[in-house]
Design a protein around this ligand. Structure first.
Ligand code: SAM
Ligand code: FES
Length: 350
């Protein structure tokens, strides 16, 4: 077993693809020693590609209306306790103005799947941001849409799209989502986005309900072959008003190990240390960066809506003004020897 692990970590460090059973072995051997070893290699590889730079993305959570009912999500349509809100185009532009002054050169528009934001409305918002901030990247994270819709939004000026696969295992997918949502369509969307020319981010929650080590290995195999530009992973955290309220949270240790594995699988990946990682541990994001992540996504949403975009319990950064979030991020990164940069931070693949 010991030899086996050494062979597998050597393969990873030399940039060779791993087999499914090798990922399973690694994930089942998650000790502090293995995490430290892989974090060191991941940090080395990241410094070769990005030096000590950390890219910031300004997250604008512009609607918490959603037509979907994902069982794990605090803003699912059946959560009648959620107070719903939508930002106007003017609100969104004002978040961008504030963000631009604070040094952001990427805006991430994220929301539930809200039918109000049809193609005409999204096109108008995107082209206004594109015209006002030609030096900025626009990332969308608004769920599943048709090829034609994705294409219109790309032509309007969106550059990147985040759509986590959530799990690359069809059976596991159906334990997390109601019947109306299909794994096939999720995968189709990811392929469409790539074909259109977006920089694409996929990803999954670590420790989501019913997830097995085999399932995580499925995700890593998928990522290895799909070759996304970005991968968002963070621990699953329960929300009290969902059907999974009694499930356990994902762990810091598993998330850190997977971040390092991802950096080694794909050295040029844009890989955020997520808010959920910062929620399960006070220095979770710092540890994520040290394990190989290179992106932080501070919140630019107006403070009066932040508590309403409650995907999971105890989400952090819901009370601070954007400027405070930026200062906090800069200080936290400097304290561990990394530098937050004002840069679009495009994928080196393009
Ligand atoms: N509607 C878009 C979509 O489905 O891609 C974007 C919004 S959705 C809330 C963004 C991400 O939040 C999801 O991809 C999911 O992985 C994550 N998320 C939802 N509920 C979560 C939870 N309880 N714990 C951790 N992450 C969660
Ligand atoms: Fe739609 Fe979570 S169920 S954003």
């Amino acid at each position: 077993m010991l030899n086996n692990i050494t062979e597998i970590t050597d393969k990873l460090k030399h940039g060779q693809n791993l087999e499914h059973n090798e990922f399973v072995t690694l994930l089942n051997s998650n000790t502090a020693k293995l995490r430290n070893e892989l974090a060191q290699s991941a940090d080395h590889v990241r410094r070769l590609n990005f030096s000590n730079k950390v890219y910031i993305r300004g997250l604008i959570e512009f609607t918490n209306y959603c037509k979907n009912d994902c069982y794990y999500c605090g803003i699912r349509k059946s959560n009648s306790y959620a107070t719903r809100y939508r930002l106007t185009k003017e609100d969104i532009l004002s978040c961008c103005e504030n963000g631009h002054e604070l040094g952001f050169r990427t805006f991430v528009l994220q929301g539930g799947e809200d039918p109000y934001f049809n193609d005409d409305i999204m096109e108008d918002i995107i082209s206004s941001i594109r015209k006002t901030y030609p030096d900025c990247a626009i990332t969308l994270s608004i769920g599943e849409r048709s090829y034609e819709s994705y294409e219109r939004l790309y032509k309007a000026g969106a550059d990147r799209y985040l759509l986590r696969e959530e799990t690359a295992n069809n059976n596991h997918y159906s334990t997390l989502h109601p019947d109306e949502m299909s794994f096939e369509n999720r995968m189709k969307c990811l392929n469409d986005l790539k074909a259109i020319g977006y920089q694409v981010g996929c990803g999954f929650m670590v420790g989501s309900p019913y997830q097995t080590t085999d399932n995580i290995a499925d995700d890593l195999m998928f990522i290895q072959s799909f070759r996304p530009h970005m991968v968002g992973i963070g621990p699953y955290i329960t929300h009290q008003d969902t059907p999974f309220s009694d499930n356990n949270n994902g762990t810091l240790e598993d998330t850190l190990l997977i971040i390092s594995i991802l950096r080694l699988i794909e050295p040029k990946l844009l890989l955020p240390a997520t808010t959920s990682l910062g929620t399960i541990n006070p220095i979770g994001r710092e540890l994520g960066i040290k394990a190989g992540a290179n992106v932080i996504m501070p919140n630019l949403s107006p403070v009066n809506v932040r508590k309403k975009y409650m995907l999971y319990d105890n989400k952090i950064c819901t009370g601070e003004e954007s400027a405070e979030c930026v200062n906090c991020t800069n200080t936290r990164m400097a304290s561990i020897g990394y530098e937050v940069v004002t840069d679009r931070g495009d994928s080196p693949f393009i």
